[in-house]
Design a protein around this ligand. Structure first.
Ligand code: WT7
Length: 662
């Protein structure tokens, strides 16, 4: 485990504060209503039963929260582990569940999104389910007119806008597989992903707003697709009015494509296992992995957890601040709330524009009741002082959520006080791109401990194993594993079977085949409360985003002056981890501040702003194993002033001395 984090764990393990949820919420929340109906006396009893009878449980969830064209004949098939299949023979479509059925039920007038532009002089606007339904139908016809067919991949490189969700829905509707790339990624990061999934069509925008100013996006999209032979068309949303480079015959305006089409379009009937999307995430190596998700399971996981964990009902105003380009946006901005017919707030921009009061003002203006964000944002706002939240009325908030990294107790208490009026419980939800929905989390009736994600949710048998595959006792740490599958789980890596097996399933295959290795370590205290400790692989968590050390390193060594590079994460008060790079320059190249700056710019242009190293240190050598592997663990320990352990087995133990204390 990351050195230096053990200390944190110890403190967390001694956490004795317990926050009880408001009585009325605990008694009336959706999860407890269900438990009462089933005759469970305690939450513990309910969670245990749902794990033990997980197939029965998911069967009920699939029938409660999803509408099927044709019912499935079997809940789950594990005959080809680790390729689990769910809802065998069932026919379904995500678009039907997210939008179409609400229209049929006469709920078209409900608002799906209150969209708030970043610039304060632009009008805010409500998008109803009916409007989304019509636009998506037209867009789906537009995609068909471009020759898009079921199974084709479509890359979406768009900012935080309702049209981005509509692009996703249009793909789902016709059975095309969408693959979003966060618009903050560089053109290269985008291009690599387009090429990997061999996208036929790309969605982008002319630009986006940042701090009130229009910024171009189309040129990055063009640069990204220039070597992607699969791309036939680029659909461009007009957002800013910025002038854009245009490729005749390939580029199409979003509005022109939509305007020409009829609003009638039949929704494709999909097999439950057919793919809904691919989303790339970071793994141990530098190459991002394309996680595949299926229509059937995905119609169940996000909707169920929105209902149970966030307790969403039709009178809620819900706001998840994540960008749709990440999994949190897929499950908890787009599909989960839409499947339940919920009204959400969608905000285009950053929390500090025009000032640090912006988020509180949105909460006040729209009377947001359920709010979901990341610890890094909480810590950033906490640092700005209490006068910002105090200026606004936040009394509408009844439930809070957190995701991405541990919510440290200090931030927890502040978040509960200033966003949650000192009464709203915080659902600290642990999950992953791979899981598709929350896995470990409190429910609204759970007494919560700061810094803890409480327990595995109903339907999950998530536990902690030691290296041999034995369950560890309370108080001890180990690997988070799922011994049983769940509907919204990943189905595969796009075109990379070997790595799929290696990264998630090989670890316990000999002892317990079919056990999913999550890639995180955790411990449970004496009361069984879970505390997540961090990743076991070489993946950084920067402001809640996964970035592989290897990705930043390969970006650095691609620079003409760099011979070798090692990247580590340094604990950072706000971002969780800050990226620190140790660089060996090529012969004859002189170190300078300008070169350090140039390397940061280089990483920015090749990977995007999230990956910029906070520090670049030039060194003469880096400690390596005899097989030539750079020892990040040793570098990190030395740089942070921690014991480096036994370094005698290294090929060059003296290299440790070159690493400065940072
Ligand atoms: C990794 C998954 C799932 C949406 C956001 C990121 C870390 C996630 C928590 C939490 C501690 C957390 C884990 C996990 N993580 N939620 N509540 N407490 N750590 O999705 O990019 O797939 O990253 O984020 O390390 O493995 P992702």
């Amino acid at each position: 485990m990351a050195d230096g984090k053990t200390g944190t764990t110890k403190v967390l393990m001694e956490e004795t504060r317990i926050f009880e949820p408001p009585k009325a919420l605990a008694e009336n929340c959706n999860a407890w209503q269900w438990a009462k109906k089933k005759g469970f006396k305690t939450e513990k009893e309910m969670r245990a039963w749902c794990g033990e009878h997980y197939l029965e449980f998911w069967d009920e969830m699939a029938k409660t929260y999803a509408d099927w064209y044709e019912p499935y004949t079997q809940v789950m098939d594990d005959s080809e582990k680790p390729y689990f299949k769910w809802f065998i023979g069932g026919k379904i479509n995500m678009f039907y569940n997210a939008v179409e059925r609400h229209i049929k039920a006469g709920k078209g007038k409900r608002v799906a999104y209150h969209f708030i532009p970043e610039a304060t002089d632009q009008p805010e606007r409500a998008y109803t389910y009916q409007e989304i339904y019509e636009t998506v139908n037209k867009l789906a016809n537009g995609l068909k007119s471009l020759g898009v067919k079921k199974g084709d991949r479509i890359s979406i490189y768009m900012p935080m806008l309702p049209e981005t969700v509509m692009a996703m829905l249009a793909c789902a509707k016709i059975g095309a597989i969408h693959s979003l790339v966060f618009s903050g990624f560089s053109s290269k990061g985008f291009g690599d992903r387009v090429q990997d999934c061999e996208a036929k069509v790309v969605f982008t925008a002319d630009g986006f707003y940042r701090r009130g100013k229009p910024m171009p996006l189309k040129p990055q999209a063009d640069e990204g697709v220039k070597d992607a032979a699969s791309v036939k068309n680029v659909i461009v949303l007009k957002r800013t009015g910025l002038e854009v480079p245009w490729t005749e015959g390939r580029d199409v305006w979003f509005h022109e494509l939509v305007d020409k089409q009829s609003a009638d379009c039949a929704t494709e009937v999909m097999d439950a296992e057919e793919r809904l999307f691919i989303l790339y995430t970071s793994g141990t190596t530098g190459k991002p992995k394309g996680i595949e998700h299926a229509h059937g399971g995905y119609c169940v996981g996000p909707a169920y957890t929105c209902k149970w964990v966030f307790d969403l009902n039709e009178d809620d105003i819900y706001w998840c601040t994540a960008d749709v380009g990440w999994i949190t946006g897929h499950s908890y901005v787009a599909y989960g709330p839409l499947c339940l017919g919920i009204t959400s707030v969608m905000y285009e921009g950053s929390p500090d524009y025009p000032d640090f009061g912006r988020w509180y003002k949105i909460i006040q203006d729209y009377k947001v009741t359920v709010f979901y964000t990341a610890p890094t944002a909480v810590r950033m706002l906490m640092k700005q002082g209490n006068e910002w939240p105090e200026k606004f009325d936040r009394s509408s908030v009844r439930l809070l959520g957190s995701v991405g990294e541990p919510l440290n107790p200090e931030a927890y208490i502040w978040y509960r006080k200033y966003f949650g009026n000192e009464i709203s419980p915080i659902m600290d939800t642990w999950w992953q791109t791979e899981s598709g929905c929350h896995v470990i989390s409190p429910l609204p009736m759970t007494p919560c401990k700061p810094g803890s994600v409480a327990y595995p949710l109903p339907g999950f048998n998530t536990t902690i194993y030691d290296e041999e595959g034995n369950e560890v006792p309370l108080g001890e740490g180990g690997n988070i594993v799922n011994p049983t599958p769940w509907p919204s789980m990943l189905r595969a890596f796009y075109k990379d079977e070997v790595r799929y097996k290696k990264e998630y399933w090989d670890m316990y295959w000999k002892v317990k085949p079919g056990t999913y290795l999550a890639g995180d370590k955790a411990t449970r205290d004496k009361d069984g409360y879970w505390f997540v400790q961090g990743r076991i692989d070489d993946v950084l968590s920067v402001a809640g985003h996964r970035i592989a050390n290897a990705e930043v390193e390969s970006s650095l060594v691609a620079h003409k002056d760099v011979a070798e590079a090692a990247v580590i994460g340094k604990p950072d008060e706000i971002k969780g981890e800050a990226i620190i790079a140790f660089v060996i320059l090529k012969e004859g190249v002189k170190t300078s501040d300008d070169l350090a700056k140039a390397l940061k710019t280089h990483v920015r242009t090749t990977m995007g702003p999230l990956a910029i190293p906070a520090g670049v240190y030039f060194v003469d050598d880096l400690p390596k194993t005899r097989s030539g592997k750079i020892m990040r663990r040793v570098i990190k320990a030395k740089a942070l002033g921690n014991p480096t352990g036994d370094t005698s087995a290294l090929a060059n133990p003296e290299a440790v001395d070159y690493i400065p204390l940072i």
